[in-house]
Ligand binder design. Structure first.
Ligand SMILES: Nc1ncnc2c1ncn2[C@@H]1O[C@H](COP(=O)(O)OP(=O)(O)OP(=O)(O)O)[C@@H](O)[C@H]1O
Ligand SMILES: [Mg+2]
Length: 354
């Protein structure tokens, strides 16, 4: 087995560095030591040049940090810094390979959509300009630029809000069995990838681990009432109904906007949260990215069959093709799968924002 000594050295330093005061982290650069050495301790990359993927970060000065499957989230007290890495997950496992530029695509697209949809609903974005991030991060502006978002902290509702405009994924499976999708009775005789008579709002629990489970609108009110310590009636009229209405408005806005660019928006997921600072519900997490949405190419749309989508479907297809049992650890992705997935994400950004 070949051991990458550079990585071993970095991992070793990592354990120690997270306990050091930030002055010590920043100081070596100021006194003339190689800046890149400090960068190596804070950012771990795979590959080089255009094929470089950001796998993890360890930024200084935060009160706390946690890592989702894709993002590293730092709490700086007066706000959160959400850093989109190039990690990719499929079937609930994080792949050992990163997808070059994926984090930049997700962050840039979210910022683009948050800006345009702020007239529909408040969102958590404060800034994507590194100059607005905490001063302790100034040294890292170049890497964080395009990949990080400074946001308002929110208590994220433990329910994922999904809007579906077409029949695909778990919606298609449910329809075949029951003729319904999450309590929405649909016309008989629909095919895979057919357009629905109108977009529908559906819900899933945000499971801490394992697979999300579809739930009804009443159950959503129950979950939120418990989480927020309010009555189910209050949760229903003051939280769930407004969230549903906003979600549908957002979906309709993005569908119309994307149609101008030759895209169909099949479905998408939102996360809303309660901001104590502003005493209101805000749209949090990410919005209309290829990770949270299924985008289809309108020119290639052909109902009745599986559509090619601008997201990690390519990775999922590869994993299915090799018969992976979907239990961790996930297998290594071959270079062509990584390169093609990276191309798909970049193309989604380029075409949508053109
Ligand atoms: N404004 C916000 N305040 C607090 N948490 C947020 C905010 N926006 C997003 N989050 C949370 O940050 C995390 C984003 O990281 P990422 O997308 O990598 O996680 P994930 O693996 O999809 O999340 P999870 O496993 O929690 O569903 C999510 O848990 C999301 O709920
Ligand atoms: Mg997420």
């Amino acid at each position: 087995m070949r051991v990458d000594l550079r990585r071993v050295r970095l991992s070793f330093c990592f354990i120690r560095i997270s306990h050091l005061p930030r002055s010590l982290l920043v100081a070596p650069c100021r006194i003339g030591k190689e800046e890149s050495e400090v960068m190596d301790l804070v950012f771990i990359f795979q590959g080089v040049g255009r094929n470089r993927a950001l796998m993890s970060t360890d930024l200084p000065g935060a009160i706390s940090r946690r890592s989702g499957k894709v993002r590293d989230i730092y709490d700086y007290g007066d706000g959160l810094l959400v850093v989109a890495t190039d990690r990719i997950s499929a079937f609930d496992s994080i792949m050992p390979n990163g997808i070059p530029d994926k984090g930049r695509v997700l962050n840039t697209l979210s910022a683009w959509w948050f800006e345009q949809t702020s007239y529909i609903t408040e969102n958590h974005m404060i800034s994507v300009n590194p100059k607005d991030f905490p001063a302790v991060l100034r040294l890292y502006d170049d890497v964080l630029d395009g990949r990080a978002m400074w946001v308002r902290r929110a208590e994220v509702v433990q329910v994922e809000c999904v809007v579906r405009g077409y029949l695909a994924g778990s919606g298609w499976k449910a329809y075949q069995q029951t003729g319904e999708v999450c309590g929405h009775k649909l016309p008989a005789g629909l095919h895979l990838a057919d357009k629905l008579p109108e977009p529908i709002f559906t819900l899933a629990t945000k499971a801490a681990s394992g697979h999300d489970e579809n739930i009804s609108f009443d159950k959503m009110a129950e979950v939120i009432a418990r989480q927020m310590g309010v009555s189910a009636q209050f949760a229903m009229t003051k939280i769930c109904e407004p969230i549903r209405d906003k979600s549908l408005q957002l979906f309709n806005f993005a569908s119309a906007r994307a149609a101008e660019k030759g895209f169909l928006l099949c479905d998408t997921k939102f996360e809303f949260g309660w901001s104590k600072k502003t005493d209101q519900f805000v749209l949090a997490d990410e919005i209309f990215t290829p990770d949270s949405s299924r985008w289809w190419d309108a020119a290639k749309y052909e109902p009745g069959k599986q559509q090619e989508s601008f997201d990690k479907q390519y990775v999922r297809n590869y994993l299915e093709s090799i018969g992976w049992n979907k239990e961790p650890p996930a297998p290594e992705l071959p270079p062509n799968v990584v390169a093609e997935t990276s191309r798909i994400y970049r193309e989604a950004l380029r075409r949508l924002t053109a």
